[in-house]
Design a protein around this ligand. Structure first.
Ligand code: HEC
Ligand code: HEC
Length: 214
């Protein structure tokens, strides 16, 4: 074999080895986000464009949730998304494609059809998650957004769904809301152990806290 022929064969062999490696390493790339989300949280975020990646399938026209027929003026929960920045809701979704019920739960079907206060009250009751102990959530004989002043023991007795409804950021439910997908799982876990949450060390005598850092 001539020298140049040998060199050519060597180069071709090297190339094919490199290509082989490229093939192997591309197989090791992380799975698409959608596949990483456990089935449970997939159903938890039903209408999200971010998570229900369409992968070339025809896109279904977005359905507007009934919540926005009453809460239409609310600002988007996420203003900044990967591709867009929103000042107002886009089809009832925020900038990362989350709808109200993705975080709060509740029934997205009932919608406001008239301005009659009684009708609004009725629809609202159908859409909202009801408390297990509704009487205790009243103020001045009315159910309003003004919740009782002290809710600690009340919340401890309430249903998981109700807690999520009034505050998706409550640490009792946060593993299924903000931390329920690959989004804020680390933050959700860390905040539960934060000094701002458990309060340990906050009230130690000064001499002890300073000594610990000397
Ligand atoms: C028919 C109108 C109407 C619809 C539909 C509606 N809401 Fe409301 N919502 C209200 C009103 C009015 C309040 C103010 C507080 C009250 O009167 O209970 C409220 C209050 C709330 C609160 C605060 C509750 C609290 O106790 O702190 C949340 C959260 C909420 N709505 C979310 C939703 C979500 C999510 C949906 C859709 C699943 C929805 N709402 C659908 C009218 C509505
Ligand atoms: C990314 C998750 C997320 C999305 C999406 C979201 N919310 Fe919220 N919402 C929260 C959190 C967290 C709070 C804070 C609760 C608190 O501080 O008490 C909140 C607060 C609220 C409150 C005030 C509750 C109170 O007691 O004062 C209302 C009303 C509300 N959301 C309605 C909506 C509606 C309507 C939509 C859809 C347009 C929506 N939210 C979308 C997470 C979300």
């Amino acid at each position: 074999m001539s020298k140049s022929r040998f060199a050519l064969t060597l180069i071709i062999a090297l190339f094919s080895v490199m290509l082989g490696f490229a093939g192997v390493s591309s197989k090791k790339e992380p799975a698409p986000l959608n596949d990483l989300i456990p089935t449970q949280s997939k159903s938890f975020f039903p209408n999200t464009s971010l998570r229900s990646a369409t992968h070339g399938q025809p896109t279904v026209a977005p359905k507007l949730e009934g919540c926005v027929t009453c809460h239409g003026q609310i600002e988007p929960m996420h203003k900044y998304g990967t591709t867009e920045t929103l000042d107002k809701l886009n089809n009832g979704k925020d900038a990362v494609g989350l709808t109200c019920t993705a975080c709060h739960g509740g029934n997205p079907v009932p919608r406001k059809t008239s301005d009659d206060p009684q009708a609004i009250q009725q629809i609202k009751e159908q859409a909202h998650v009801r408390a297990k102990f509704p009487a205790e959530w009243q103020r001045d004989g009315k159910f309003t957004g003004a919740n009782p002043e002290r809710t600690n023991t009340l919340l401890a007795r309430e249903s998981w769904e109700f807690i999520r409804f009034i505050n998706p950021g409550d640490l009792r439910v946060v593993p299924k809301t903000c931390g329920g997908s690959a989004c804020h799982d680390i933050e959700s876990r860390n905040v539960a152990r934060s000094m701002m949450t458990h309060g340990a060390m906050l009230w130690a005598p000064r001499s002890i806290t300073t000594a610990a850092f000397l």
